[in-house]
Design a protein. Structure first.
Ligand code: GDP
Ligand code: IMO
Ligand code: MG
Length: 422
């Protein structure tokens, strides 16, 4: 059987967690393929809200096996915190949560380095979540990393000491920052003992055997395509391939096994952290989107930057990912807007273009907008796509035309049940 992918088409926080949780019951396995605890995937079920950082969003479906793939970077400390939340909620996840032996570990000095490096950048900072993601992937590609499988090695502590000393040498290059390394290391080693209770697997074999047995796999992306290390707004990006190509390297799945690529986009657009955002609204409309959309980071609590939906940006990420269908989330947030704008092209260098320029960082871009009338009606009680206000359906229809891609579902609230097929 095939692998379907759910990933974010903007700068993250598109509502991937909610959609993965909803669609998970059509699959046997849900697998994270990249990123780490920089992700914050929110799921609302029966009035309870959960935020997952490393654990796949299929974990609330009792029949489903969840795999943390080799492309993920895993911090034992945050992982244990997530496990505790699930335990307290009475979710029996232990037998259903598998971790790739090849996933790299985030150690406390990765976070220390992340914080020191960001502090040194001053105004040029990336706005990292400071979870140690960049330094952990640097050690992976630099061939210095330690992996989940190494936790069982007799010389794990020695390997840890080597990487720690290397980091402490690097940290001297940066200005001094506060970081209680001793306390973090104590938590780290306590957490390591707890995560050793999880089932570590050779996940590339596990997922490929599952495919051979006819099982269905859903790959869950983290971050968004505009944060991809190669194709995002570099250097204001994360450190992994967030696009569909990352599924192959992050799980050991061959490209010809990928079937549907489901791209998630908000009905508007947000970004958290620094970097270009052509349609950003710095006025009261942006503030209204932030307040109504409750646009505050699920991982860091930071206010998210808000703006209108951006068609050139979405066409770019639809192209990069081979998106076969789009799901639009947070349509309800636009309920009280008199007019809704859609950026359909960019103006830069005295020309109109639908292409994102190479030098998008620092280049003034003037988005060209089309404006649609709002529907001025609450979507709260809607239980079927056909019952949505006409103007909201018209908005979706227009988006579909601009995106030249099927919009298969629309989400109208954070709750699991507020998702309608078209
Ligand atoms: P993710 O990182 O892509 O999983 O998204 P986040 O969880 O970081 O952010 C999405 C936020 O929007 C969360 O607070 C969700 O509960 C919420 N959300 C998801 N879908 C909808 C929707 O259709 N309407 C509204 N109002 N909120 C939504
Ligand atoms: P989910 O999976 C939104 C952003 C950070 C920062 C940049 C680099 O919840 O959509 P990093 O910590 O990776 O060094 O940060 O990427 N970022 C996210 N923004 N959603 C996320 O994940 C993000 N993960 C990282 O804000 O600008
Ligand atoms: Mg998020």
């Amino acid at each position: 059987m095939a692998v379907d992918v759910i990933l974010g088409l903007q700068w993250g926080d598109e509502g991937k967690g909610k959609i993965v949780d909803y669609l998970a019951d059509k699959y046997d396995l849900v697998c994270r393929f990249q990123g780490g605890p920089n992700a914050g995937h929110t799921i609302k079920i029966d009035g309870n809200k959960y935020v997952l950082h490393t654990i796949p969003s299929g974990i609330f479906r009792p029949e489903i096996t969840n795999v943390i793939g080799n492309g993920v970077v895993l911090d034992p400390i945050t992982m244990v915190k997530e496990m505790t939340v699930l335990e307290n909620a009475g979710i029996d996840f232990l037998p259903r949560l598998l971790v790739s032996r090849k996933a790299h570990l985030i150690v406390p000095t990765h976070r220390y380095l992340d914080a020191a490096s960001e502090a040194a950048k001053g105004l040029g900072k990336i706005g990292s979540t400071l979870k140690g993601i960049g330094p952990a992937y640097m050690d992976k590609t630099g061939r210095n990393g330690i992996r989940v499988g190494d936790l069982s090695a007799a010389d794990f502590k020695t390997r840890y000491q080597i990487i720690r000393e290397k980091h402490l040498g690097l940290i001297k290059l940066y200005p001094d920052i506060d970081f209680d390394l001793a306390a973090e290391e104590e938590k780290f080693f306590e957490s390591v003992e707890i995560i050793k209770k999880l089932r570590f697997v050779n996940s590339e074999y596990f997922v490929n055997n599952a495919l051979t047995e006819g099982k269905k796999i859903l790959a869950e992306g983290a971050q968004g395509s505009m944060l991809d290390i190669d194709f995002g707004t570099y250097p204001y990006v994360t450190s992994s391939n967030t696009i569909s190509a990352g599924v192959c390297s992050g799980l050991g799945i061959a490209p010809n096994k990928i079937r549907d690529v489901i791209g998630i986009a908000k009905a508007y657009c947000t970004r958290v952290g620094s970097g270009p955002f052509p349609t950003e609204l710095l006025d009261e409309t942006g503030e209204k989107l932030r307040q109504v959309g409750k646009e505050f980071g699920a991982t860091t609590g930071r206010p998210r930057r808000c703006g209108w939906i951006d068609i050139p940006q979405l066409l770019y990420t639809i192209m990069l990912n081979g998106v076969t269908q789009v799901i639009i989330t947070k349509l309800d947030v636009l309920d009280t807007f008199e007019e809704i704008s859609v950026a359909t092209a960019y103006k830069y260098d005295q020309m109109i273009s639908e292409e994102l320029p190479y030098d998008i960082v620092g280049k003034p871009i003037e988005p060209q907008y089309s404006t649609y009338a709002g529907w001025f009606e609450s979507l709260d009680d809607v239980t079927d796509y056909n019952d949505l206000p006409l103007k909201s359906k018209e908005y979706i229809h227009q988006l579909e035309k601009w995106l030249k891609t099927k919009i298969s579902m629309v989400s109208t609230g954070p709750e699991r049940e507020k998702l309608f097929a078209r």
